[in-house]
Structure formats: structure tokens, C-alpha cells
Write a protein that binds this ligand. Structure first.
Ligand code: PGA
Length: 263
């Protein structure tokens, strides 16, 4: 297993392909083109999270320090009567190093914080790095969303021990910003402020060191033209990217922008 998951100096860009592309052949093409861009970067580690079905075919093409594979979800039990589920251990055996858990599109289907935490713990136990997604549905002028966000974080990391949490990524994805174009993203200043809120929550739950060293990613309408500013001025450790990772051209530009912003 690639052990670069705890290299905080490298920015992490996670490509969440969601349920795309439609065929393995296209997935392989997109992967190989993304790999060509990812391999050139010294300050960025790229993670491709394809549909689970494509995972083993893609790991055969490449797996290394600059490019790793991830899954978009995992189940907490190892084996058993859980129709349709895939365990964290199965994903690890298939070559995944990272697993996204608690994405808002799964939460919209009813996934609860408690389940997200169970999944994250199983991912850690299987030796992989969880990327736990949190984010408010909408913002209100009174700042109530901050309390909701803190609660979501607290409950989504429940039961994770200090050692596990220190290698976990928290992806802050405001739901209202997902799936748009770059002008729909949160501003870099907003990203920074919110990442401090999350860090403060972790500091209160654990201690200052845990808060300061927490790995925070931003996701939601990150594209090539705002990626650099989101990372540099948002002061986050990387990005979770949806639609902009589905075209090799735009994704390569985004990766290079993050590399440039990390100098
Ligand atoms: P987007 O998706 O980049 O298309 O906004 C991000 C996500 O859903 O993780």
C-alpha cells in the first residue's frame, strides 16, 4: 500500500468521478490522461475515485506516490448479508488507498452521521485514508449553519481515535456550492474562515495540536480558474473535485493551478 497518505506538504486533489464515465474504456482513457498530468507534479498528490467497478482495472495501469486510487464509499462490516455493499477491506485489497465517506449525495439518500463515522473507522482499520465530507445545506444570516456544521463534524468523526484522525482528511463541501461553475464556489476567504471553524471544533474535541494539524480540503465548484486561489488563499490542503475531473484537459489545468499555488 502506498504510504504517502500522511505527507501534509503535498496538496491533495481528489477526483470524485461519481457515476462516470459510462464505460470502462472511457474510464481507462480518462485515467491515463489524468495520470500524465499528475505524474509531472511535485507538490500535488492526485487521487482518482472512480466507480468501484472500475477500481481494479485502473490500479493495474498505475499506482504511485503522485497518483493513487480511492473509492467513493465503503461499508463497515467485513463480510456478510449486506446486499449491494462493498467492505473497506475489499476496497483496500483492490488497490484503494483513500475512501470518500459521507458525501452529500449519499447523505441525501439518507446516510446519517453515525453511519459515516462507522464507515470512516472501517476505512482506517483497513489501512486506508478516509476523506470525510461535511457541509451545510445553505447559509443563513444568523450563522446557525455554523452550529449545524460543527455538529455534523463531531458526529461524523465519533469514535475515531487520535492516531486515526491525524491521518484523516475532512472535506468541507457546502452543499449549495456543489455542481456549479467556478462563480458558484465559496470564496477563498470563506473557505479559510470555515476551515478555521472546523479546526477550532477539532481543537475543542481534542487539543490545539489536533486542530492546527487537521487536514482540510475544500469541494464545491472547484475548476481550473479558481483552484489556485481556493488552495492558496483558502489555506486548505487540497480540493475535492467533481465535474472538473471528468475532462482530462480541464482536470490537468486544475492540477497545474494547484501545483503553481503551492510553490
Ligand atoms: P463539483 O462536485 O466539483 O462538481 O462541485 C464536488 C463534489 O460533489 O464532491
Amino acid at each position: 500500500m502506498a504510504k504517502a497518505s500522511s505527507t501534509p506538504q503535498r496538496k491533495l486533489v481528489v477526483a470524485n468521478w461519481k457515476m462516470n464515465p459510462a464505460t470502462l474504456e472511457r474510464a481507462e482513457r480518462l485515467f491515463l490522461e489524468s495520470k500524465d498530468a499528475a505524474k509531472q507534479l511535485r507538490r500535488v498528490r492526485t487521487v482518482i475515485a472512480p466507480p468501484t467497478l472500475y477500481l481494479s482495472a485502473l490500479t493495474k495501469h498505475y499506482r504511485g506516490a503522485r497518483l493513487a486510487l480511492g473509492a467513493q464509499d465503503a461499508f463497515w462490516e467485513k463480510t456478510g448479508s449486506y446486499t449491494g455493499e462493498v467492505s473497506a477491506a475489499m476496497l483496500a485489497a483492490m488497490g484503494a488507498d483513500y475512501v470518500i465517506v459521507g458525501h452529500s449525495e449519499r447523505r441525501a439518500q439518507g446516510e446519517k452521521n453515525e453511519e459515516v463515522a462507522k464507515k470512516a473507522r472501517a476505512v482506517l482499520k483497513a489501512g486506508m485514508t478516509p476523506i470525510i465530507c461535511v457541509g451545510e445545506d445553505e447559509r443563513d444570516d444568523e450563522g446557525e449553519y455554523v452550529n449545524a456544521l460543527r455538529k455534523e463534524l463531531r458526529e461524523s468523526i465519533a469514535g475515531i481515535a487520535r492516531a486515526g484522525l491525524s491521518r484523516t482528511y475532512i472535506a468541507y463541501e457546502p452543499r449549495w456550492a456543489i455542481g456549479g461553475s467556478s462563480e458558484n464556489a465559496l470564496t477563498p476567504e470563506g473557505v479559510h474562515t470555515t476551515s478555521l471553524i472546523l479546526k477550532k471544533e477539532l481543537a475543542e474535541l481534542f487539543d490545539t495540536k489536533m486542530g492546527t494539524n487537521a487536514h482540510i480540503l475544500y469541494g464545491g465548484s472547484a475548476e481550473a480558474d479558481n483552484a489556485g486561489a481556493l488552495v492558496r488563499d483558502g489555506k486548505v490542503e487540497g480540493l475535492l473535485v467533481g465535474h472538473a475531473s471528468l475532462q482530462a484537459n480541464s482536470f490537468s489545468k486544475l492540477l497545474r493551478a494547484v501545483e503553481e499555488a503551492s510553490r
